[in-house]
Design a protein around this ligand. Structure first.
Ligand code: C2E
Ligand code: MG
Ligand code: MG
Ligand code: MG
Length: 287
């Protein structure tokens, strides 16, 4: 519920409703020009193998710095991009850019790129063809791309539409593209439902990571361990998000969690910094 509230414009800004609406309009106007003005970039955050430290993938994360302004965080502008429909164009750009930038990383180090996809994009009739066309044009193997979706975007529509979206994801997966379920544990889907989804990777939300070393750590660890084991039983890989301390990493490794992401390993960084990271210790990177 806290996470849901965090995505709500009014709650984020704690403004009056009217101010929030003005702000929304301002962001929408700025976003409309952001692509053409080349104000959008992608940062990449490594996903690492907890046992070997090897970089397994990089997650592409949108960054927006309006010219002459301050950076606007994705949690603020993505919802506006979704409301206005601009996310379709921005999302296509992100996919295109990520595939172009990740090509070398994949060729040299076997690293996959993961791209976040919004519900609005998924519902576009052309989504499947767009993804396959971009991969073909960049000559990127399909298994070098992972699409991140959330449970909520699968549930936030009619059952028929959900079925259609699940079929699109299953189709892409049959073509080799991997699907990750992002922010797992914050939605409402039952474990039985999870079994029916075309998913390869479970990304356990950051809200599970912080309590691993908190006051109620016994409960928190039992919970995370159960998810990790369930995922393994379903042949899913798990990535734990938001790992910030060595202690958390150690606990997760002991649980048998294979992959992690977080400030402990690296914040989201520029493509040039990814190059450096991969070059400095190539021995770390399993292909
Ligand atoms: P997400 O996909 O769950 O991405 C993880 C977020 O957690 C990122 O925030 C990342 O910077 C942050 N993070 C990573 N490690 C740590 C850590 O150790 N501690 C803490 N406190 N945070 C950490 P960011 O970049 O602000 O992105 C926020 C959300 O915006 C993303 O959550 C995703 O839902 C959305 N987003 C970002 N880029 C895109 C995009 O290209 N398309 C779509 N549709 N959504 C995007
Ligand atoms: Mg993500
Ligand atoms: Mg996430
Ligand atoms: Mg998220």
């Amino acid at each position: 519920a806290a996470k849901a509230a965090g995505k709500n414009q009014v709650a984020v800004f704690d403004y009056t409703l009217r101010a929030a609406r003005l702000h929304h309009a301002e962001i929408a106007a700025g976003l409309r020009q952001a692509l053409a003005a080349e104000e959008l970039t992608l940062a990449y955050q490594p996903v690492v193998n907890l046992t070997t430290g090897a970089v397994y993938a990089v997650e592409a994360l949108l960054r927006w710095t309006p010219s002459g302004g301050r950076r606007v965080p994705p949690d603020v502008f993505i919802p506006v991009a979704e409301d206005t429909g601009l996310i379709v164009e921005i999302g296509r750009w992100a996919l295109e850019q990520a595939c172009a930038q990740a090509k070398q990383w994949h060729r040299r180090y076997g690293i996959a790129v993961t791209v976040n996809v919004s519900g609005r994009q998924l519902r576009e009739r052309s989504f499947r063809d767009t993804v396959l066309e971009i991969l073909t044009r960049h000559a990127l193997p399909r298994n070098a791309l992972t699409l991140e979706v959330t449970e909520s975007m699968l549930l936030a529509t009619s059952p028929a539409e959900t079925q259609r979206i699940v079929a699109v994801l299953a189709d892409l997966r049959a073509h080799g593209v991997r699907i990750a379920l992002d922010d797992f544990g914050t939605g409402y889907s039952s474990l039985a439902y999870l079994r029916t989804l075309p998913v390869d990777i479970l990304k356990i939300d950051r809200s599970f990571t912080t309590p691993l070393t908190g006051a109620d750590h016994r409960q928190a660890r039992a919970f995370t361990k159960a998810i990790v084991e369930l995922a393994a039983g379903l042949d899913l890989a798990t990535v734990v998000e938001g790992v910030e301390s060595r202690e958390q990493a150690g606990i997760l490794q002991q649980m048998g969690c294979p992959l992690a992401q977080g400030y402990l390993f690296s914040p989201p960084i520029s493509p040039a910094e990814v190059d450096d990271l991969l070059q400095v210790s190539p021995w770390q990177h399993a292909v």
